[in-house]
Design a binder for this molecule. Structure first.
Ligand code: NAI
Ligand code: MG
Length: 488
């Protein structure tokens, strides 16, 4: 299936559909069969510049533009309409998302629903974001204003284009910013379609712009543009570091969400029936290409064998196939991502790390697709790269531990700190672990990979900084102004 925008190879700048300034385009591959099926504009520095100028006109130098002047309640109304438009087109968006990312259709549908929900949530929040008054000297009144940054840049990865667009652009627009979005070159058709839907709703020209193209061209140009007042980046630590360094040259604040190596800590008193399906889903959802994937399974020794057997059994039953066949797991995004996972697995083999279980790629999956069977590796040494690095594929590393202290050492013992899951019925232990885990989210007796529109989300250490999702995200998309009035 091909949408009008997919075949046009155009970008959305100042409420107009335009080709890349250089006239070039890029192919979009279907990960389920590895073949090109659409093309996008190969935007670069001139296109980013046009989009930043359009956004600046919409916001104004200091809020005097058409979008900058739009009242908070009205911004909320437009976002609410966009939410409804997404729901009305949810199936079309889900199919586009699944076709371009390779995710099973049920996940594409969940992502379309999440996108609508993000717009709904931030629509309702737009006019509830306000400052404070501060007690100060006699004869003075001090108040704070929450003001938009102005023009915000959004660099979005290919794993959850719609969800990450919703959480970052939804919050930025609600807070009053004009947005320039650079989606990932691999998977951006759904976002072009969302821009199409937004165009019909009456956003002022330039409030929302989508420029497609390569990271090294359009992405780098957005990070470097002196007209951008804030950058929100989700992707790899290497690219995130480069974006932050470039943005620092013009003192542009950056929010970085850089993935993780998130642990599931299972204690001997956990209810294993509840643990097994959640732990497996947390690593195979989106074929493991989830920043908050639960990629390490830390198990207290008395239940290590029993849990591994049950997790292994479930993984062995998983079927991997084309996105639109809607099986348990789809293909990875592209050949070099598959190669990356193979490199980790062959290293495991060389170092004698046992495979405890593997799922099955179905016979009908095209040979040219990027399929990887979900894999459970056991007894992984804590310092091995399988237990330390983000694989970004359906590979779960299991390690045993003896007590709470060792569990914490292992859990906190990677460069990352995004999410953790703790499974125990002991209330005291739940709180001790939650407080001592170094990460941005802790789930007790559940694990919310990818979900939780209302829940502030983000990392510490190499997982990045700043928070998106929830009301907290609105604070990140504003800057605070203090006004001190002497009136006697
Ligand atoms: P990436 O971090 O290079 O790409 C993410 C986004 O940044 C894309 O929109 C890309 O076009 C853009 N980008 C790339 N280079 C840029 C630059 N120099 N300046 C500005 N923007 C730039 O991720 P990539 O190469 O697609 O995947 C590599 C690895 O990154 C994966 O194997 C995975 O481990 C990790 N990753 C993590 C994600 C997460 O959600 N935590 C998402 C995507 C990738
Ligand atoms: Mg890259």
């Amino acid at each position: 299936m091909e949408s009008a925008t997919a075949s046009r190879a155009q970008q959305f700048i100042g409420n107009r559909w335009v080709p890349a300034a250089n006239g070039q385009s890029l192919p979009v591959l279907d990960p389920s069969d590895g073949r090109p099926f659409a093309s996008i504009a190969r935007g670069g520095a001139p296109d980013i510049d046009a989009a930043v100028r359009a956004a600046r006109r919409a916001y104004g130098n200091s809020g005097e533009g058409a979008w900058g002047r739009t009242a908070a309640a009205e911004r909320g109304r437009v976002l609410a309409k966009l939410s409804q438009r997404v729901l009305d087109h949810a199936e079309e968006l889900a199919q586009l998302e699944s076709r371009t990312t390779g995710k099973p259709l049920k996940q594409g549908r969940a992502d379309a629903a999440a996108l609508a929900r993000y717009f709904e949530y931030y629509a309702g929040a737009a006019d509830k974001l306000h400052g404070e008054t501060i007690p100060y000297s006699n004869g003075m009144t001090v108040l704070t204003l929450r003001e938009p940054h102005g023009v915000t840049g959004h660099i979005i990865p290919w794993n959850y284009p719609m969800q990450i667009f919703g959480r970052s652009v939804g919050a930025a627009l609600a807070a009053g910013n004009a947005c320039v979005v650079k989606p990932a070159e691999d998977a951006c058709l759904s976002l072009l379609r969302v821009a199409d839907l937004a165009a019909e709703l009456g956003f002022p020209e330039g409030a929302l712009n989508v420029v497609t193209g390569l990271g090294s061209e359009a992405g780098a140009a957005l990070a470097a543009h002196a007209g951008v007042d804030h950058i929100s980046f989700t992707g790899s630590p290497v690219t995130g570091t480069a974006v932050a360094q470039v943005a620092a040259r013009h003192h542009c604040p950056v929010t970085l969400e850089l993935g993780g190596k998130s642990p599931q800590l299972v204690f001997a008193d956990a209810v294993l029936d509840e643990v097994v399906p959640v732990v497996v889903n947390a690593i195979v959802q989106n074929a493991g290409q989830t920043c908050s994937a639960g990629s390490r399974l830390l198990v207290q020794r008395p239940v290590y064998e029993a849990l591994l057997e049950r997790v292994g059994e479930r993984i062995s039953g998983l079927r991997v196939g084309p996105a639109l066949a809607d099986l348990d797991v789809g293909p990875l995004i592209r050949q070099n991502q598959l190669q990356r996972v193979w490199d980790f697995l062959s290293q495991a083999q060389v170092d004698g790390i046992p495979i405890a279980a593997q799922g099955v790629v179905v016979d009908s999956a095209p040979q040219s697709g990027f399929y990887q069977a979900p894999t459970l590796l056991r007894d992984v040494p804590p310092q091995h790269r399988i237990a330390q690095e983000e694989i970004f594929g359906p590979v779960l590393a299991a390690l045993p531990f003896d007590d709470e202290d060792e569990a914490l050492l292992l859990a906190n013992g990677t460069p990352f700190g995004l999410v953790a899951g703790v499974w125990t019925q002991d209330g005291g232990r739940q709180m001790r672990m939650a407080r001592r885990l170094r990460c941005g989210q802790v789930f007790i007796n559940n694990y919310g990979a990818g979900g939780g529109i209302e829940l502030p989300f983000g990392g510490v250490k190499s997982s990045g900084y700043g928070r998106e999702k929830g009301f907290e995200a609105l604070l990140g998309f504003t800057t605070l102004k203090t006004i001190a009035i002497k009136h006697g």
